[in-house]
Design a protein around this ligand. Structure first.
Ligand code: NAD
Length: 440
């Protein structure tokens, strides 16, 4: 279901009318396309405090590799990176204000503000306080900055381990990710031979790939060079074959809740195993708890959580995921914030976040695999087209970007988590929600 309001406000009469009526004017976001794969323009690199990321092979070198023109001053930056890893007290926190106050107005439409912070785990409670303060700062700036600009806080200790993340955030691929706090560990990372084809030679399996977000995920991973195995229910076999055929991948018609699903996936994989496992299949059966029969509870928990647990266990225990593998599960902001009428769905999606946080610290050392989740907000798909009109319109607008996301926004975030150089990103639940007010 197209967002007609966004199209209308993109026209001159639409802009005029909505401004006169004081209605929201969402900005059409700059997303990735083959013609415009990256931003062009200047990246304003600012600092606050004495940064531990300085040095010849540090942050400046990584930013220079993004392709943007890095400057210490800029009239119209497409992106601002403020290094606040050296913020340790109230005075250095004031430097964050001093650095950004004069420049926020000049950031280009659909641009980026990225604040870099230090990990919170410090014995110094002054430093912990001002580093935590950055979260309130970033989330507030995301809500007020407007013009389709996103604002993100990255916590890191090693700029090189964060290169895939910085490249993602400093590109049109992250158009709908805002108001997030993302932690990057100091993992050893190897740059891909070709940043444009990071998944070349790798195999990815996407569940629920016949349509919607799953189809976009499969297409995006294929764009990045992966061989894709597209899985969906036998009832969707025709659509599934068509998606897999278009992407040069293979179709696996299988109900993911089948008790032998793990074994059947293993049998369908190439002999060298799998590199990327995307748990995307999901269903809703909404009712308030008072009206929710067990027939509405069980299938939702089975598809969205139990099958994710079962297939993850089956693949990990059989060595089905190769070293350097990536598991990306699909949560939802409804699972993080709660949503009336969705006790079943939110329980399943909160469970996904629990699985990710618990498995990530052991899967990395034991299997060389990272485990993360995407948590979509309101995404324009058949699932949300079925939502009643007024709730749908509220879902679309109640976020900092004033619009719904597209399946490709979740797909791009998944591709970043699946990236071979994203080994430092582990145990994260990243919302793709335009900074939705739900559970913000
Ligand atoms: N659309 C949104 O706004 C939104 C928001 C938050 C989270 N999500 C999550 O994103 C994921 C994809 O959502 P979507 O909007 O593309 O949904 P969709 O309904 O358009 O697609 C889901 C796909 O999963 C498949 N599927 C369902 N049960 C399956 C099973 N047992 N085995 C194999 N495949 C199965 C369906 O056949 C379908 O092709 C889901 O996990 C959903 O909960 C979506």
């Amino acid at each position: 279901m197209a967002d007609r309001y966004l199209s209308f406000t993109g026209t001159a009469p639409g802009r005029f009318l909505t401004r006169r009526l004081g209605l929201p004017q969402p900005t059409a976001l700059h997303r990735w396309s083959a013609e415009h794969p990256s931003f062009t323009g200047e990246l304003l690199h600012l600092g606050a405090g004495k940064s531990p990321l300085d040095g010849p092979d540090g942050l400046a070198a990584v930013l220079a590799r993004t392709g943007l023109a890095v400057r210490a001053r800029s009239e119209r930056p497409v992106a601002v990176v403020l290094d606040a890893t050296g913020v340790t007290d109230i005075d250095t926190l004031a430097e964050v204000h001093a650095a950004l106050h004069p420049v926020v107005r000049s950031v280009a439409r659909s641009g980026r503000v990225i604040v870099l912070g230090a990990p919170l785990a410090t014995a110094d409670h002054h430093q912990a306080a001002v580093q935590q303060a950055l979260e309130g700062f970033v989330r507030s700036l995301g809500k007020e900055i407007g013009r389709g600009i996103t604002v993100t806080l990255l916590r890191l200790t090693d700029a090189n381990a964060a290169e895939s993340t910085l490249r993602f955030l400093l590109s049109p691929k992250s158009a709908y990710v805002s108001g997030q706090v993302i932690g990057i560990g100091g993992a050893e990372v190897t740059a891909p031979a070709d940043w444009a084809l990071p998944l070349a030679g790798r195999t990815a399996l996407v569940t629920g790939a016949a349509r919607g977000i799953g189809e976009a995920v499969a297409a995006t991973l294929a764009r990045d060079g992966a061989r894709v195995v597209c899985l969906d229910v036998p009832g969707a076999a025709v659509e599934l074959e068509s998606v897999a055929g278009r992407l040069g991948g293979t179709a696996l018609a299988l109900d993911i809740t089948a008790p032998d699903a793990g074994a059947r996936i293993l049998a369908a994989l190439p002999s060298d195993g799998l590199d990327v496992l995307v748990h995307n299949a999901g269903i809703t059966r909404d009712r308030r708890l008072v009206n929710m029969a067990a027939e509405r509870w069980s299938p939702v928990l089975d598809v969205n959580l139990a099958s994710v647990l079962r297939t993850t266990d089956a693949l990990l225990s059989a060595g089905g995921l190769r070293t350097g593998g990536r598991i990306v599960a699909t949560a939802s902001i409804a699972g993080l914030a709660g949503n009336a009428g969705q006790t079943n769905y939110a329980a399943s999606k909160a469970g996904v976040a629990g699985l990710v946080r618990a498995l990530a610290p052991t899967a990395a050392p034991e299997h060389g695999v990272t485990v993360n989740a995407v948590a979509p907000g309101f995404i324009e798909t058949k699932m949300t087209a079925a939502v009643p009109l007024f709730i749908r319109e509220a879902g679309r607008r109640m976020n900092s970007l004033g619009q719904g996301g597209l399946p490709v926004d979740v797909a791009e975030t998944t591709a970043w988590l699946a990236h071979p150089a994203s080994g430092g990103v582990n145990g994260q639940v990243v919302r793709v929600c335009g900074q939705s007010l739900l559970g913000a």
